[in-house]
Design a protein around this ligand. Structure first.
Ligand code: FAD
Length: 287
């Protein structure tokens, strides 16, 4: 199922931008301004994250509503950990009624100390459930991990688990961010050997605050290569040097990915337009 305008667009890279649902009225305003800037790049869709356990359920829905009202394609993330079938069914119906056509289906991570796993254990179960409830209505995206998910028993197991999500009915995948293009190309090649043909779009994380990124990367299993880490650490509080170096590195990564056949790029915008716009401009992509 494709949402592209026509077949001539099939080889055009597909770009998308991810936001988190803001918590404050100022955040909502700031995100609206960010969206306005990024909309000029004509992305395929804007996606909005969903706090595991439903912690952002209302804010995710509200942000999706705003994006839709502005006339853009909106893709809510939906994580199933801690959820019941009734819960998920209700959200799917709400999104379907709103005319939403794309969902990013995830397991999520249970916040520490938070109760039970709920009625879904893994994302493949969520994908099957969405298909069973809503047929082919949604284009389903799932997560992929070129550097492997930290809880996977082995790299091969992780790929088999990824394959399971596609077999359950997912159309395409967005990866966890990474800074080593080879890990992406290897992952895609191994998936193709396993018979997985779905598009796998690299997730791109512009680097804004290094300390924050380092903490987050340790937790989610994404590697910041040593040469990058040491260089960024060396810049300390020199934000201008961090920005310039990060832009060089991430632009070069995007270039290599697109040249190597990546079907598009999904930017983790952190609700800011400038870092993504800077990379976009340096890639010479159309505005
Ligand atoms: P799964 O695909 O279920 O995999 C989780 C782990 O279980 C993996 O190690 C896998 O190998 C293993 N596994 C899978 N199936 C089986 C099986 N049947 N048997 C045994 N082991 C299995 N989190 C949020 O909370 N909200 C978001 O909005 C959000 N958005 C994201 C967007 C993207 C593009 C990405 C890459 C991640 C996002 N995450 C989000 C993070 C994600 O929820 C976590 O990485 C989570 O730990 C795994 O989710 P998953 O959907 O990949 O899980």
């Amino acid at each position: 199922m494709s949402h592209r305008a026509n077949e001539n667009d099939m080889n055009k890279p597909l770009f998308s931008f991810e936001f988190f649902p803001p918590q404050t009225p100022e955040g909502v305003e700031k995100l609206a301004a960010t969206r306005k800037q990024l909309a000029q790049l004509k992305p395929e869709f804007f996606s909005v994250t969903f706090g595991a356990g439903g912690s952002t359920q209302d804010r995710t829905l509200e942000t999706i509503r705003q994006i839709k009202a502005e006339g853009y394609n909106a893709a809510p993330h939906l994580s199933c950990i801690g959820a019941t079938r009734d819960n998920i069914r209700a959200m799917l119906n709400t999104y379907k009624d709103m005319g939403i056509k794309r969902i990013v289906a995830l397991r999520g991570d249970l916040p520490s100390g938070m109760g039970s796993i709920g009625e879904f254990q893994y994302a493949n179960e969520l994908v099957s459930f969405i298909r069973a409830q809503t047929g082919e209505h949604f284009h389903i995206e799932v997560a992929a991990y070129p550097e492997f998910h930290p809880q996977a028993k082995s790299a091969h197991d992780d790929m088999l688990n990824f394959k399971r999500k596609i077999a359950a009915g997912a159309n395409s995948a967005i990866t966890q961010y990474f800074y080593n293009a080879d890990s992406y190309f290897y992952f895609v090649e191994e998936c193709r050997k396993l018979g997985v043909t779905a598009p796998i779009v690299p997730g791109i994380m512009p680097i804004v605050k290094f300390a924050q990124l380092a903490r987050f990367s340790d937790a989610c299993g994404a590697e910041i290569p040593r040469w990058m880490r040491r260089t960024l650490e060396g810049y300390g509080d020199d934000a201008e040097s961090v920005r310039a170096f990060a832009q060089d590195v991430v632009t070069a990564l995007c270039e290599r990915l697109l040249k190597g056949g990546a079907p598009g790029l999904h930017f983790y915008t952190l609700n800011q337009a400038a870092p993504t716009l800077a990379i976009w401009q340096r890639l010479g992509l159309p505005r």
